[in-house]
Ligand binder design. Structure first.
Ligand code: SF4
Ligand code: SF4
Length: 745
């Protein structure tokens, strides 16, 4: 059987499925040297420019950095650092739109060049063969090199391979239309590219090195053949032009005839592939200590006045590149990053060049018509015929539109290399790759969410187990302590007896506390009942007293009225004069009546004061009895008022009786009549006074009762206060009685 090398030497290659032959359009830039551009005014450096993770930030806003200085640090094998493309100042660190089909923003460093282009200190290594594999891998990793062919996979990971490598394939196919960056790089910097290949050879020690290059790059082929002379086991493989022969799986198939099945890596079959530009970057990093800070970019398209290849510093805004190539964007045409097949339209020309940017395409209206309109799939099957990954593009499209992620997985969506061959041949002008990219992004997002949810679930379950273990440990500990205590207490030692006593005392305390709480509760309930009953009793007594007072006052008023009528009749009958002793007697009676009324008032006042004193004591000693005291206040006030009214009535009657008549009686009969009236007046006054006394006595009694009730209610008044109140009430009664006696005498 013919070997791979024999086939290659004969110019026989395998064929991959599908593929297309679009117009190459490489002539726009292939005949012009790579141009060095002036340093732009600002560089925008996304922290992540590769597949993997962003490095840890090492600089801050305002910091001055030197050319080649690391701006981030690798903290993970899949994290590669970025470096300052020139010297200058970090002016900002914020999110900005990056070069991605999604148009998403990511964290970027903004560097303002100082135009000194001052390098940091470098360590040149003229002989890399003196370095260990580890040193070489470290240099590659520290230089931030990631696959520059478009994939962006960290190079130090890809070349750190312990498998036996049969084929190291250098990808110089550059099959995408318009792009000539690798072509020019080989032509102008072939020695460095070859140095990179030698370093990889030193690291991987492959059986064969195959440089795959399409036959549309004659100068580059010639240069490579010359540069590779003298190197063992290296073959420059001149391939027929067919898109996408530069795809990793497709180039492996073409050169070796091997199929890389879905979900496997080429290294599993002893194959490692690196891009020409990556080889250049490896050599620059290992030998010249130059990190990846610039790359060759094809700025092409008929929308440009001067399409050309340029050395672009990473972070250079696309707008700057276009302006350097005489871009005439009068009608704001679309600008594409990447080639016409695999590229994507930029959301803005402010996005920066990154490690994977190999082309900026500014096509004219004739090159890419914006008037194309998508129509329904006619199931012609041309897309499937063109697909180099042997997928079913039309079915992928339907599943992507339906967001059927399970079906997309079954259709091997992730084997799609987004070459765009299907869309290129589609007569319905369906932007198939656009749908695949969206579907891939959604699936990646969902996978990320699933991973996060799974991590959260694991954390939750771990916590649950930990809490259960803690609980069980606590319970075991308590059980052990209880068992030990029980054992101790049953040991009949003095310590055990002491513990028993302590437990018994604690139990007794608990019981006593319970009993006390229960007693307090019943006291509160009883007190509430007693207050309610007393309140009802007080109301009844007040009503009774009021009734009696009203009756007495009515009788007094009736008598006074009768007497007044009688006097009026007498006056009408001509009795005009009044004897002198009658007048004197009247004056004396009037005085007595006044004294009696004053005494009644004084007694009522005294009773009131006593009651108020008791109330004050009650309030001070027992705030809970405020309600009872308030009730008593009411009774006292009403009684006081009634006593005042009764005394006033008595005084008025006496006054009326003693009023001098206009005519004084002159004869015996008149005098006799006058005496008789005078007697009646005295009797009436005495009756009034007696009523007043009785009323005062009644007033005093409820007040005294209120005092007693208050004392009972409060249940806090000392016996001595109670005694005082009773003595005061007795004194008031005695005085009233004495006064009554003296008045009757
Ligand atoms: S090429 Fe276009 S129209 Fe034809 S089957 Fe594929 S998607 Fe449908
Ligand atoms: S873009 Fe994907 S589906 Fe379309 S031809 Fe290329 S590999 Fe196949």
């Amino acid at each position: 059987m013919e070997s791979v090398i024999e086939r290659i030497k004969k110019g026989h290659f395998w064929k991959f499925h599908g593929g297309i032959h679009p117009p190459e359009q490489k002539f726009l830039t292939s005949d012009k040297p790579i141009r060095n551009l002036p340093i732009p005014e600002q560089l925008v450096l996304p922290l992540q420019q590769h597949i993997g993770q962003a490095g840890k930030l090492l600089v801050a806003i305002g910091e001055h950095v030197l050319k080649g200085q690391a701006l981030t640090q690798s903290s993970h094998p899949m994290a590669v650092p970025i470096h300052a493309p020139t010297s200058g100042k970090i002016t900002n660190i914020k999110n900005a739109v990056i070069a991605h089909p999604s148009g998403l923003s990511e964290l970027c460093l903004f560097l303002e060049p100082d135009n000194n282009d001052q390098w940091q200190q470098r360590h040149i290594c003229p002989d890399f063969t003196q370095l260990t594999d580890h040193d070489i891998l470290t240099k590659i990793a520290d230089a931030g090199i990631a696959g520059m062919g478009g994939a962006g996979f960290p190079t130090h990971v890809k070349v750190n391979n312990s498998n036996k490598i049969n084929y190291l394939i250098i990808n110089a196919a550059e099959c995408e239309p318009y792009i000539t960056a690798d072509d020019l790089l080989i032509r102008e910097h072939c020695a460095t590219v070859i140095d990179g290949i030698k370093i990889l050879n030193h690291l991987l020690k492959p059986t064969h090195i195959l440089i795959g290059i399409e036959n549309n790059k004659p100068e580059a082929i010639k240069t490579l053949q010359q540069a590779s002379q003298g190197i063992e086991h290296i073959q420059v493989c001149i391939l027929p032009t067919k898109y996408p022969s530069g795809g990793e799986k497709q180039l492996i198939k073409v050169l070796t005839g091997k199929e890389i099945t879905s979900g496997t890596l080429p290294s599993n079959q002893g194959i490692v592939m690196q891009n020409v530009a990556t080889c250049y970057a490896i050599a620059d990093a290992v030998i010249n200590d130059v990190p990846l800070i610039k790359r060759v970019v094809s700025v092409s398209g008929q929308g440009l006045g001067k399409p050309q290849n340029v050395w672009a510093l990473l972070g250079t805004p696309v707008s700057y590149l276009l302006s350097q190539c005489d871009y005439q964007n009068n009608q704001h045409k679309q600008v594409i990053m990447g080639g016409p097949m695999m590229g994507f339209t930029l959301p803005t020309d402010q996005v920066p060049i990154v490690k994977t940017s190999n082309c900026i395409l500014a096509p004219s209206e004739q090159e890419i018509s914006s008037q194309t309109k998508e129509v329904e799939c006619i199931r012609c099957g041309q897309c499937a015929d063109a697909c180099p990954a042997q997928l079913l593009p039309q079915e992928l499209q339907w599943s992507a539109k339906a967001k059927d992620q399970q079906q997309l997985a079954k259709l091997n969506l992730f084997d799609c290399i987004e070459c765009g061959a299907c869309a290129y041949v589609c007569p319905s002008q369906i932007p198939l790759v656009h749908y695949y990219r969206i579907a891939k992004a959604e699936i990646r997002q969902q996978q990320q969410l699933d991973i996060t949810a799974e991590k959260a679930k694991l954390r939750f379950e771990a916590r649950k187990i930990r809490l259960e273990n803690d609980k069980k440990a606590r319970e075991d500990k308590h059980k052990k302590a209880a068992a030990a205590r029980k054992e101790r207490m049953n040991s009949n030692t003095p310590i055990a007896n002491t513990e028993k006593s302590a437990v018994a005392a604690a139990l007794a305390r608990v019981k006593a506390k319970k009993a006390q709480a229960s007693a307090q509760q019943s006291t509160i309930e009883n007190s509430t009942d007693v207050n309610a009953k007393k309140s009802n009793s007080d109301n009844a007594a007040t009503d009774n007293s009021e009734k009696k007072t009203q009756v007495a006052a009515a009788i007094a008023r009736a008598k006074a009225k009768k007497l007044a009528q009688k006097e009026k009749n007498q006056a009408t009958e001509g009795i005009v004069d009044k004897p002198l002793d009658s007048v004197t007697q009247s004056t004396t009676d009037d005085k007595k009546s006044k004294i009696a009324a004053a005494v009644v008032k004084a007694k009522a006042k005294k009773i009131k004061e006593t009651a108020l004193q008791v109330k004050s004591d009650s309030v001070t000693k027992e705030p809970d009895n405020k309600k009872a005291v308030s009730s008593m206040d009411k009774v006292i006030l009403e009684s006081d008022k009634k006593a005042k009214v009764a005394a006033a009535i008595a005084k008025a009657k006496a006054k009326k009786l003693n009023e001098p008549t206009t005519d004084v009686p002159k004869n015996e009969s008149e005098q006799s009549l006058s005496k008789s009236d005078d007697k009646k007046s005295k009797i009436a006054a005495a009756v009034a006074k007696a009523k007043a006394r009785k009323l005062a006595s009644k007033i005093a009694e409820p007040a005294e009762e209120q005092i007693n009730v208050s004392i009972e209610k409060t249940n806090t008044a000392k016996p001595i206060d109670d005694k005082k109140s009773r003595v005061a009430a007795a004194i008031a009664k005695a005085k009233a009685k004495k006064q009554q006696r003296s008045e009757s005498i």
